[in-house]
Design a protein around this ligand. Structure first.
Ligand SMILES: C[S@@+](CC[C@H](N)C(=O)[O-])C[C@H]1O[C@@H](n2cnc3c(N)ncnc32)[C@H](O)[C@@H]1O
Length: 339
């Protein structure tokens, strides 16, 4: 695979050493998308912002902190399943030397999988994909920790990065999508996305996806509104990012964090609430945004799944579930899927 990872015209490669390389997406199509998406989202009724914009350097750092809060059961529950089943996953995928991860973040949980694969076989290549540059640091640590592992990261959006992977890697691969990040897509969109993943899979490829399951409402509400206020900071940081990158003039103290489980939609919603009536100028988009008192910006959905929802999603995407594993409280499910 390393030899075959040539560069498409829209991408530039940065080689740190023989085992650590990164491709940076410089796709012109996405260059101005932050401003366009903010203009579109804040001109809509109700107002929205896309969750992928949470993850600048500070946002990624805050997400790491969320993962360690006592209320955010998601990370430690998924990690406990991975700890138990990674050796078996490696055994089931013994023909694969390439692991591609969508939205890898700091790759902390992935270490269970990398450990199991590198123990069985040499010449493993890990391809983390993330919009956040956090994967640069993660990659440096991984090559120190796992002898013989190569890391070829892609800093870019899921869809375009997956197409790059598909066009350049012909060997069988395991694609992983952890943290229930699939739950951040709205329901029809999650289906299209999974279909896109499936279209980019060869017959021998496998997808391992994590799904956060429906559970007690108080557990869900607390997970997205921790007592230390880290999730609130994470949510508000999207306004700071607009201030820093688009000349926004948000007064952060005039917005508050709200998160709650919406049982009708089976999702936890995160919003930013305007504490008072106010006007906010954003110079890069050439617009003043008006807010009524208590008006909200809907910033994220995190869908919570049932087995029926997972079955429906996977079958619509042309995937069949070959194995699945849960924790003892049935909080989280890892599913292995094939075409
Ligand atoms: C909820 S975090 C999960 C991180 C890690 N996989 C975990 O399970 O802890 C989502 C990650 O996906 C990345 N991300 C979000 N939207 C993305 C997109 N459209 N394309 C690529 N990466 C994205 C974020 O930067 C972040 O690192």
């Amino acid at each position: 695979m390393p030899e075959s990872l040539k560069i498409l015209p829209d991408f530039t490669e940065q080689a740190i050493n023989d085992r650590l390389k990164f491709i940076r997406a410089v796709n012109a199509q996405h260059k101005n998308s932050f401003a366009e998406d903010v203009l579109h989202g804040l001109s809509s009724d109700p107002k929205t912002l896309l969750p992928k914009y949470f993850y600048d350097a500070y946002g990624s750092e805050l997400f790491e902190q969320i993962c360690t809060t006592p209320e955010y059961y998601v990370t430690r529950t998924e990690a406990s399943i991975l700890k138990n089943v990674s050796a078996f996953i490696a055994e089931l995928n013994n023909d694969k030397r390439v692991i591609v991860e969508l939205g890898s973040g700091n790759s902390e949980k992935t270490k269970f999988i990398l450990n199991a694969f590198t123990k069985r076989n040499s010449g493993i290549t890990y391809v983390p994909i993330d919009v956040s540059e956090i994967l640069l640091d993660g990659g440096k640590h991984l090559i120190e920790e796992f002898e013989g592992l190569s890391v070829h990261g892609i800093i870019g959006e899921y869809e375009e990065s997956l197409e790059v992977v598909n066009s350049l890697i012909t060997e069988p691969k395991l694609i992983i999508f952890l943290g229930s990040s699939i739950g951040n897509f709205d329901m029809p969109h999650a289906g299209y996305f999974l279909r896109h993943v499936s279209n980019n899979m060869h017959e021998d490829d496998t997808l391992l996806a994590g799904f956060d399951m429906v559970k007690e409402e108080n557990v869900l509400n607390a997970a997205y509104d921790d007592a230390a206020g880290v999730t609130a900071k994470f949510n508000l940081n999207i306004l700071t990012r607009i201030n820093n990158e688009l000349g926004g003039e948000f007064d952060i103290s005039k917005f508050s964090h709200r998160a709650f489980f919406n049982p009708l939609e089976s999702r936890v919603e995160m919003h930013l609430v305007s504490i008072s009536r106010q006007d906010v100028n954003i110079s890069s988009i050439g617009k003043v945004i008006h807010f009524q008192e208590n008006e909200t910006i809907h910033t994220e959905n995190s869908y919570k799944f049932t087995d029926e929802m997972i079955n429906e999603l996977s079958s619509k995407a042309g995937l069949r579930i070959s194995d699945k594993w849960k924790d003892e409280k049935d909080y989280f499910e890892l599913c292995m899927m094939k075409k």
